[in-house]
Design a protein around this ligand. Structure first.
Ligand SMILES: Cc1ncc(COP(=O)(O)O)c(C=O)c1O
Length: 408
């Protein structure tokens, strides 16, 4: 009888190396590149229009595994498109990038545990600091730790209050192991230029009292603030861009070219059946067939991030034909009414045929001429009264990701 040997874990790893799923995310690297280049070009135009005096550099926000797109895959592309720094939410996210050989400067935008400072130092990861416990921990370090100071100007999440920032910065100056690489804050309402202006003025007050070294990063703008309130951050030299890179949240018309959704969602039919009229579908029979009807099931559910709240409201596409999802979305499986396919194509799809639940690239950009609505997270967000950020992060939990590249 074989004894448990060291081979077992190796075999287990190789078994799950290739995902065995008939539902997957498609990450369109062509759309990502299009977005990154469009954003960079437009921010440069805005800088020229608003008389920015300092050269602008761009931070790609790749926290939460690049909002579900895979930070290790997207970071090199963003670097090639001119993004020279990365923003993450934890030291672990930074280490994952370092482990993949990514050498760009990385800032952890949230608070980090004090005991992890030596690890951050060892891997050249910049930490965000803002309270006295950070100063105390820095004073105890044996190796240099690179930090950026977060100033609270109106978001009220983390940060040293702007009125108290001078004392904090002066105390920091006396700590030999603390290397200050920047000062920043965060817009709470990027699409409200007045609110942004007030936050900038609070940060500007801190900077006036504590002049930064030439070229030291100063930043406050996220995607929405960068495009909608350019005046409010024209004296900064870094913009932190997240959601726009992934093709969302910047309304059509703000940029000269529309951004393209990067995350797609597809699945293969796992069951095709014909059901009599008057039969209930899925839990609690929230959908009753109106006629003898073809139904198709896909192996995708709310455990994959397909929100249960979309039950009976979701639409997908099969060879250009729109189909409605019917009955409750369950944890792992979801049913569609295939009637429009049978009407248009003369027969139901076959087992294993692919449907698109979320479109990417140019296909996912609303065509203004026809007014047709593409299959996007924006449509889901509208139905669910939430934001695309939440939905895209939810989709990464269990689904395999496949990388594609549409034409740019
Ligand atoms: C501190 C900070 N900066 C920048 C961003 C990027 O924001 P956005 O994805 O809206 O561009 C975030 C995202 O939540 C953030 O928390």
């Amino acid at each position: 009888m074989p004894s448990p040997t060291s081979k077992t874990p190796k075999q287990t790893r190789s078994l799950i190396h290739q995902p065995h799923r008939d539902a997957w995310l498609e990450v369109d690297l062509g759309a990502l590149e299009h977005n990154a280049k469009t954003i960079k070009a437009h921010l440069e135009t805005l800088s020229a229009q608003h008389g920015r005096t300092k050269p602008l550099s761009l931070m790609a926000v790749v926290k939460a595994d690049a909002y579900g797109h895979g930070a290790v895959m997207v970071a090199p592309i963003l670097k090639a498109c001119g993004f020279s720094q990365l923003g993450v939410a934890s030291i672990d996210e930074a280490l994952q990038l370092r482990q993949a050989g990514i050498e760009l400067p990385i800032l952890v935008l949230s608070a980090s545990p004090l005991w992890a400072m030596p690890l951050a130092s060892q891997h050249h990861v910049q930490l965000t600091i803002f309270n006295p416990s950070h100063l105390k921990a820095l004073a105890e370090q044996k190796q240099p730790v690179t930090v950026q100071v977060k100033i609270e100007t109106g978001m009220h999440r983390i940060g040293v209050p702007w009125q108290e920032a001078s004392g904090f910065l002066q105390a920091l100056e006396g700590i030999p192991m603390a290397k200050v690489a920047g000062i920043f804050s965060h817009f709470a309402q990027g699409d409200n230029p007045q609110a942004c202006q007030q936050q900038w003025e609070r940060l500007a007050h801190v900077l006036a009292e504590n002049p930064t070294e030439a070229g030291q990063p100063v930043h406050i703008a996220n995607s929405l603030g960068a495009f909608n309130s350019p005046q409010a951050w024209q004296q900064c030299n870094v913009a932190r861009v997240g959601i726009a890179l992934y093709g969302y949240e910047v309304p059509a018309g703000v940029l000269p070219q529309a951004l393209q959704p990067v995350m797609g969602l597809k699945a293969r039919f796992s069951h095709i059946q014909q059901v009599e009229a008057g039969e209930g579908v899925s839990y609690n029979h929230t959908y009753i067939t109106q006629k003898r009807q073809w139904l198709g099931t896909i192996p995708l559910g709310y455990a994959d991030g397909l929100p249960r709240g979309l039950s009976n409201q979701l639409t997908a596409s099969y060879q250009g034909v729109r189909i409605a999802q019917v009955g409750m979305i369950t944890m792992d499986q979801t049913v569609f009414d295939l009637s429009p396919i049978v009407e248009r194509l003369g027969k139901p799809p076959a087992l294993g045929n692919v449907i698109t639940v979320l479109e990417t690239g140019k296909q996912a950009v609303p065509a203004t001429e026809t007014g047709s609505q593409p299959l996007t997270l924006s449509a889901w967000a509208k139905t669910l009264n939430t934001i695309e950020y939440e939905l895209m992060c939810g989709l990464r939990v269990r689904l395999p990701r496949i990388y594609t590249r549409s034409g740019i």
